[in-house]
Design a binder for this molecule. Structure first.
Ligand SMILES: *[C@@H]1O[C@H](CO)[C@@H](O)[C@H](O)[C@H]1NC(C)=O
Ligand SMILES: *[C@@H]1O[C@H](CO)[C@@H](O)[C@H](O)[C@H]1NC(C)=O
Ligand SMILES: *[C@@H]1O[C@H](CO)[C@@H](O)[C@H](O)[C@H]1NC(C)=O
Ligand SMILES: *[C@@H]1O[C@H](CO)[C@@H](O)[C@H](O)[C@H]1NC(C)=O
Ligand SMILES: *[C@@H]1O[C@H](CO)[C@@H](O)[C@H](O)[C@H]1NC(C)=O
Ligand SMILES: *[C@@H]1O[C@H](CO)[C@@H](O)[C@H](O)[C@H]1NC(C)=O
Ligand SMILES: *[C@@H]1O[C@H](CO)[C@@H](O)[C@H](O)[C@H]1NC(C)=O
Length: 540
């Protein structure tokens, strides 16, 4: 009897309460009673059903009203592709991305040299005191390619960095341009207004070494300061400028070494700042403290690292270590405890401990002619992309950053000096990799002029045997970058094409192509994962 009741209660849980009240009324527990009381209960459950469906319909109605009648907040419409042309111009190997118009879509900043700007700008070279042609900075909307601002900034540009934080709010940033001849200008990235402009004091024959370095505030105004190294004859000199006014701090300070572009500012684990510079087949270094004291003659707030000083003390030419072959690239990479150093020489690729400078791994027998890039081959594990060889002998290698093991390799012929590779974060915490290679020329007709075609290929670690051809292009590519224009929504690549020679003006184009990889399973894009700030993203 009890079992029977429980079972029924389970089947009709809503009836349980009624049943209990009946039990209380009189203990005439007979199955027939239950049967007799059925009609009022059915009516009650019908009422409940009606009430249930009524409230359900009300809910649905409200949902429909909210979703269709009340409009969603406007999202800026992003075009799949846009293009902006300058007819008689030359351009520079530089692209920077930043949300300038605050529509939460990354915008594109680039440089060109033109006699006239487009109709968007009413300013000419003469307005800024330059002779024609002069260099312009332009910012275009990432959503539709409309020009946000453009202005003449220098006669010619030697170096640019668009990631210099501004003093006033710390949020917006500035582009600092080292002009030729002798100017140093900062432009507000959001408005294009000149923040300051100063003549630079480099010697007439000095070449400016890239990139521009930012050092912590030394003049006490709250803004990071700028460090520029130049090379004249075989001497490298350093100059420090205030980041908020552009005024030079102290005077020129000679480093007493020779060196090349590809500078890196490294902070040791003891918190000491060192300038690293490739000098032939060595890595040379100079402490920022030493340079500051040399240019100002005053005590500085910086530190020296005893271990590094003893390494440098043994060498008259400030060499930290010897490498096999000429040092070509230096990169700061995340290590287990602080930043490590990836050193690429003409014969090997070495990961150095960021403090002891001892090799963690070495990959020999590689000829790397292009700065490596970082990405994720395995989820959340950094990998380095290097290109072994150039031209038709080029091979792409993906190395595990922790061990140096080759994870993937692919022969991919290219033109010497073809565009660099890129990587994009994907939703599975890996990266999609983009490589440029030679397009297989279908036409073997010797009479036809052979058009050089670059093809862009995409690779994703989930399909290691697939190299997807995305597009092919015959124009001369000056700069290329791929990025998430909106976090988790829309990845695209930007191409800057123009004349190969800076002395022959021609068609300069900036194009954005929306990537094909969104909504494709593992290739869908990372939720809110911003593109990792890879070192050296802003140098020329
Ligand atoms: C530049 O503008 C001037 C007049 O404003 C015009 O005569 C000239 O043809 C233009 N040059 C180019 C290359 O568009
Ligand atoms: C350019 O146009 C803006 C307004 O659109 C105006 O404020 C500015 O003075 C003009 N500049 C020149 C050089 O004509
Ligand atoms: C381009 O987009 C911006 C907003 O991002 C908008 O203000 C502008 O009107 C658009 N221009 C064109 C030509 O669609
Ligand atoms: C630049 O170099 C040339 C020869 O190499 C020399 O004649 C000239 O004086 C140098 N100029 C400066 C400013 O040092
Ligand atoms: C480096 O050498 C200088 C003299 O040449 C000496 O004064 C200094 O103490 C040395 N520093 C270290 C860390 O050995
Ligand atoms: C790099 O390329 C050279 C020449 O093609 C080849 O001999 C060497 O084995 C390659 N290195 C690696 C690590 O694959
Ligand atoms: C590459 O170029 C060829 C010839 O110009 C064209 O037929 C082909 O569709 C292009 N491929 C892609 C992926 O754009």
């Amino acid at each position: 009897m009890m079992d029977n009741k429980d079972l029924e209660a389970e089947i009709h849980p809503l009836k349980n309460e009624d049943r209990k009240s009946q039990e209380n009324l009189g203990n005439r527990l007979k199955n027939e009673d239950n049967l007799k009381s059925t009609p009022p209960q059915t009516r009650l459950s019908r009422c409940r059903t009606v009430a249930f469906f009524l409230s359900l319909f009300t809910c649905l109605f409200v949902v429909f009203v909210v979703s269709f009648i009340i409009p969603c907040p406007d999202r800026p419409e992003s075009q799949r592709m846009w293009r902006i042309d300058y007819n008689a111009a030359v351009t520079y190997d530089f692209l920077a991305m930043e949300d300038i118009n605050r529509d939460r879509i990354q915008d594109v900043v680039f440089l060109y040299k033109n006699t006239n700007s487009t109709d968007n700008s009413n300013q000419s070279c003469a307005d800024e005191g330059f002779s024609s042609p002069c260099a312009f900075v332009a910012a275009v909307s990432g959503a539709n390619g409309s020009v946000l601002w453009e202005r003449p900034v220098a006669q010619d540009v030697a170096l640019v960095d668009c990631a210099v934080p501004r003093l006033s709010d710390g949020k917006s940033s500035a582009c600092v341009l080292v002009g030729r001849p002798s100017s140093l200008t900062a432009v507000d990235l959001l408005t294009g207004e000149t923040l300051w402009s100063q003549p630079s004091s480099f010697g007439g024959n000095a070449s400016v070494l890239s990139p521009l370095l930012q050092v912590p505030d030394v003049d006490g105004d709250g803004a990071p300061d700028l460090l520029i190294l130049t090379r004249e004859a075989t001497q490298v000199s350093g100059y420090i400028y205030s980041g908020s006014t552009g005024r030079q701090i102290g005077h020129r300070g000679s480093l007493g070494v020779d060196g090349d572009s590809g500078l890196l500012l490294h902070v040791t684990r003891t918190g000491a700042h060192y300038i690293l510079l490739p000098c032939a087949s060595s890595l040379c270094s100079f402490s920022v403290k030493g340079l500051y004291e040399r240019v100002t003659g005053r005590e500085s707030p910086f530190k020296r690292d005893p271990l590094w000083e003893s390494m440098l003390n043994t060498s008259a030419t400030r060499q930290l270590l010897h490498s096999s072959g000429a040092v070509r690239y230096l990169m700061s990479v995340p290590g287990k405890s602080g930043q490590d150093l990836l050193l690429v020489s003409s014969e090997a690729c070495v990961l150095l401990d960021g403090q002891e400078l001892t090799p963690r791994w070495t990959l020999g027998e590689v000829q790397v002619m292009r700065k490596p890039i970082l990405g994720h081959y395995k989820p959340d594990t950094l990998a380095v992309v290097i290109e072994n060889g150039t031209g038709t002998d080029r091979q792409i290698l993906l190395l595990d950053l922790g061990s140096g093991a080759v994870l993937w390799s692919q022969a991919l012929p290219s033109f010497p000096g073809g565009p660099p590779s890129a990587s994009l974060p994907t939703a599975d915490h890996r990266s999609a990799f983009l490589f440029w290679g030679l397009h297989e020329l279908a036409s073997t007709n010797e009479m036809e002029p052979r058009v050089a075609q670059h093809s862009l290929y995409m690779f994703h670690p989930t399909l290691p045997s697939v190299l997807l051809e995305l597009v092919n292009i015959s124009a001369h590519i000056i700069a290329f970058d791929a990025l998430l224009f909106e976090p988790s929504r829309h990845a695209a690549y930007v191409l800057l094409t123009g004349p190969a020679s800076p002395s022959v003006p021609g068609l300069v184009s900036v194009t954005k192509h929306k990537e094909l990889l969104s909504n494709r399973g593992p290739m869908s894009l990372g939720m809110g994962a911003p593109p990792a700030p890879l070192p050296g993203a802003h140098l020329m």
